[in-house]
Design a protein. Structure first.
Length: 234
């Protein structure tokens, strides 16, 4: 009986130790920058895919479930916002109408993602690891509306586009770093490339009071980096 109690106590101790040393999952938050890439950041009016988007910011709420010591299944909700640059559009219209003065106003891009992904642990040092990562999921895009008007004739609306929203698909790939701060907290900075396309329908394009409704595919491409803090649960 005493031997059985000792064996039971040892087994219980091993299980408890394993649970203490190996977290089950983590939850965290990240804030950082989102740098526009390729067509999304282009402000060339001759490029039909130009997004006229300037560098913005991003906010992540994320979590991960440890399948084993190396592989983690991850989930991320991401929000990005980008200002819009229409100076080239104003300059082009001003060139075509040198006797008139023009002013413009615009809104921001707002993009929402829901990524399901996976990471793989590459241990570099005792408390430092690299995590290559891949994620895919839906993307919701609120495109900015803009308006360019002649200051000399306020009754004439020279060029405008309405804001609209659409659903699409996106992916991200990159790498994360992990540094544990004690038993529960971890720093998890990430560096990722994300790209997605959303179909935007029923967009009203107005040129000199002539309205044309059309659809287009919005491409959102960015390089994201942020400092992340996560809490590990056992």
């Amino acid at each position: 009986m005493n031997k059985l109690m000792v064996i039971s106590f040892l087994v219980f101790s091993v299980v408890l130790t394993a649970q203490t040393d190996s977290p089950d999952f983590y939850l965290g938050i990240s804030y950082g920058r989102a740098f526009t890439l390729w067509d999304f950041g282009d402000d060339d009016i001759t490029n039909p895919d130009a997004g006229f988007a300037a560098d913005g910011s991003k906010l992540d709420l994320f979590g991960g479930f440890f399948l084993n010591e190396k592989v983690t299944v991850t989930g991320t909700f991401r929000y990005q916002t980008f200002t819009t640059e229409i100076e080239n559009l104003i300059e082009d219209i001003s060139t075509d109408n040198p006797d008139l003065n023009f002013s413009g106003s615009t809104e921001d891009w707002n993009v929402y993602y829901l990524f399901l992904g996976i990471t793989y642990k590459i241990k570099v040092y005792k408390r430092f690891s690299l995590y290559p990562r891949l994620g895919i999921g839906p993307m919701w895009v609120d495109t900015p509306g803009f308006s360019i008007r002649s200051l000399d004739n306020e009754l004439t609306q020279n060029l405008s586009r309405s804001s609209a929203s659409g659903l699409g698909f996106a992916y991200e790939l990159g790498i994360g770093l992990v540094t544990n701060l004690g038993k529960h907290l971890s720093l998890m900075p990430t560096f990722t490339l994300s790209s997605g396309i959303a179909t935007i329908q029923d967009v009203e394009n107005t040129t000199d009071n002539v309205v044309v409704t059309s659809s287009f595919d919005a491409k959102v491409q960015s390089f994201n980096l942020g400092l992340s803090l996560a809490y590990r649960f056992y």
